[in-house]
Design a protein around this ligand. Structure first.
Ligand code: SF4
Length: 197
């Protein structure tokens, strides 16, 4: 148990070393996978729907995650605070790509540490981040495996993961952090998640 706690703490610290602004360890049982949240990918239809293997309908969705969650014990939830002006600009793909890369690196490190069921999730479409110069997603086009297995991870939205509930559990403000009144930039949190059993 002491070794597991040490490894979890190492993963939490690693998230921040990789560029996360904050990371918190939570009980995996508080994760909620909601059909109504996953349904938002389809209606109103997200432009990324169906475009990559990391998004619906190519991911298992809430039903599959609900089945798997009982075998997970801990969740490492992390956030990256991005300037609002960058989030609403072409820079968003680089920022989301950073979240995916952190999530993928955490999953790989967790596997090395012996968490053999480790799974990571991020947000946004990996097609825009890592395969923008390609005609299609290699997986959905049935050409082969993902071109970027060390970078891309499935979308939390596609699994209906309630990130607002996780942000609340982490005691983080879930929406825009308004600093304008203080004459500073507004920031928006982007989230990633690792689960281990
Ligand atoms: S091949 Fe590209 S678009 Fe498809 S899952 Fe991998 S990173 Fe995403």
């Amino acid at each position: 148990m002491a070794v597991e706690q040490k490894n979890l703490t190492e993963l939490k610290n690693f998230a921040c070393e990789l560029g996360a602004d904050s990371a918190v360890l939570l009980d995996a049982q508080i994760i909620e996978a909601k059909e109504n949240l996953a349904a938002l990918c389809q209606k109103p239809r997200c432009p990324n729907y169906g475009v990559a293997a990391s998004c619906p309908p190519h991911v298992g969705g809430p039903k599959s995650l609900k089945k798997q969650l009982p075998s997970y014990t801990k969740a490492l939830f992390f956030r990256l605070m991005a300037k609002k002006t960058d989030v609403y600009s072409a820079k968003i793909h680089d920022i989301q790509g950073q979240v995916h890369t952190i999530a993928a690196s955490l999953e790989n490190r967790a596997l090395e540490l012996g968490f053999d069921k480790a799974r990571a999730f991020a947000g946004g479409s990996c097609k825009n981040m890592f395969c923008a110069d390609q005609p299609d997603c290699n997986v959905t086009a049935r050409n082969g495996a993902c071109r970027n297995p060390d970078l891309a991870r499935p979308s939390m939205s596609g699994y209906g993961i309630d990130v607002s509930a996780l942000a609340k559990a982490a005691d983080w403000p879930p929406l825009v952090v308004n600093n304008r009144a203080a004459g500073k930039e507004d920031f928006i949190p982007l989230y990633g998640l690792l689960i281990v059993g």
